[in-house]
Ligand binder design. Sequence first.
Ligand SMILES: [Zn+2]
Length: 315
Amino acid sequence: MIGRALLALLALLAVSAHAAPPVSVPVRAVQVAAHTWLVHGMAGEISRTNEGFNSNAAFVVTGDGVVVFDALGSPPLGAALVAAIRAVTPQPIRRVIVSHFHADHFYGLQALQDAGAQVWAHAAARDYLASDAPQLRLAERRRSLAPWVDRDTRIVAPDLWLDGDVAFEMGNLHFQVMHVGPAHTAEDLALVVVEDDAILVGDLMFAGRIPFVGEADSKAWLLAIETLGNSHPKVMIGGHGAASFDAAADLELTRDYLLYLRRTMGEAADAMVSFDQAYARTDWSRFAHLPAFEGANRRNAYNTYLLMEREGLER
Ligand SMILES: [Zn+2]
């Protein structure tokens, strides 16, 4: 009897001690301004090869704590982000701001919360988080990103929902959180680090790869790109790709791609050409060599085709 109880206890302990393995990809911070550091994800879409590390996170070391922007795409990546911060500073990690709720940017939140960070996000994501979609996406990632996304990976709800723009000060540095959605998503947030003349923009900028369009409002996204380009920051960090020291130039690929999708798919929708036909007859050679083209382009084009149909009906 005792033996059986002991076995049951050991089995229970084994379950509770279960943890996703650490990532083996290098998750390191590179300084891009006096207080701002970039953790630069690998190019292309998520895969087992990059262990889900395809997106950027950034953090700002103030005189009194650390502010983090985005949390990477799995709990082990979130833990690696915490370790990368710890390699730079022993200061407490006080806050993490979520640019938007795409899986590659927020599945690391539970590691940051465990490290003491308070999670901030924009309230426009509330409906999405309350829907079935995040659980469906999580189920898909438990398959495609096993063992790093597993049954212990959970959707972390923010500690604070923001309704609009917010300014705050920490350790003598000044921050502005700006709601720049709806663009890439309804809830897009950007973070300005005033003293560094730096702006972190999440997926409003995809540097050097094909953007993920998803359910984006590309018309509003293009307007947001124009505003960001005109703000001429010293450094801009997007959700994917290298830090930009020439924002207007580095936003150009995202802008050019969105304009091209809207023009080609818009003309097809107007002429009532079927999507398959329109896709086949469109010349994609300008973009076909770029990372993520294979995985993302057809879906991006299809979503834009549907969007242009809807916009056509509204005209
Ligand atoms: Zn995204």
